[in-house]
Every structure is written in structure tokens, then in C-alpha cells.
Design a protein. Sequence first.
Length: 226
Amino acid sequence: MPDSTQVDQVADTLRKLAVVFTDFEQRLEATPLIRKLQRGRFELTDYHSFLINLRQQVKDGALWMSRAASNIGEDHLELRSTLMRHAVTEHRDYRLLETDFVAAGGELDVIRRAPKNIGSEALSAWMFHEASRPDPFGLLGAMWIIEGLGSIKARPWGEKVKARLNLPDEAVRFLLYHGDNDVEHMEEFQEMLRMVLPDSAVAERIVTTARVTARLYSLQIEEISA
């Protein structure tokens, strides 16, 4: 059973992360691409750009999780195992995104050859840098942002895209899938927090990493032409 100190610090960390996520949502809603989606002006070219620019971040996800797991010490083997399971679960997600792109009229060669935008470059570099640290527990904050976004926004966005562009389910499966499955991942998040808390320095690093990840993820979306 967790002691009161652990319970209090987990709750405090979750409150701080919630504040970070609220600011993240506001930044995303202010980006040109998401404004177009919310205002019913989203076009097929916007959807193609969204998938193209999201692909590398999705592909990198399993890679930085694997690297992070390899840098977790023997005192936290359960967390290492959890991250490895996440990496295995998600390592082919980018292929689903590619399939959506083709189902929406795009060419596979186009999405595979597209370079990262500035935000994607910065986000990727940041994630791999953090994953290379010894015991990179701060990356729990990154997971809170990225998987929290999936659990809250992916399905509504997918349904809006489908309705606006009159696309079949086969063209929005990535968004709908993550909208359903990231909810389960978020339920695991509190258990992962309990694996590394109480520790004031770790709690602070988790919140800081969430804040930086949120800003760079927002920049990734800001850089998509709309």
C-alpha cells in the first residue's frame, strides 16, 4: 500500500501536470491548422500536411521509449518493463498513419520522404536527449502530454476530419484508434508515477519535461502550413 507521502506527491504532481496540459490545449487551439479544423474550413491538403508532419514523431515514439527503458537502472525494473511494453505496442503505429494517408488520396512515397519541420526536429532531439539520461523518469511528463492529447483530442479530431472531408473510416483510423486506446495508457500513468515517487527532484523533472514537450509539440503543429 502506498504511504501518505507518496499519495500526496502523486496527487500534487498530477495537479501540476493538469495545469501544463490546459496551457498546451490552449496553444494547440490557437494554431492555424487546428483553428481551421474547429471552424469547418479544413481541407484535404490540411489533413495530408497534418499526417505528413506527424509521422516522424509517431515513428520516433517507440524508439525513445526503448532508449529510455535501456537507461533505467535495476532499482526500477518494473518501470523499465512497462516502457518496453509501450514501445512494442506502438512501434508500428506510424504504418497505420501511412495507410490513412494513402486512403485519403496521398502517395506513400510522399509521406515517407517528407522532411521534419522545425518543431518536429526540436521535439525529436529533445525526446532522445531526455531518453539518453540515466533513469530518465522525467519522460513520464512527456507521456502525459502526448498520450493525454491522444486520449482527449484524437477521436474528436478524427470525427471532425471524417465529417468535413467525407472520408471513409479507413482514412482516419490512426486518430480514432488513439482516441480509444490512449485512455487506457493514461490509466497506467498513475501507476508509473507511483513507481518513481515520492521524490521531489523527480516530481519537478516530470513537470518540467511535460512543459518543454508541450511547447515543442505545439511548435510542431504551428509549423504546419494551413
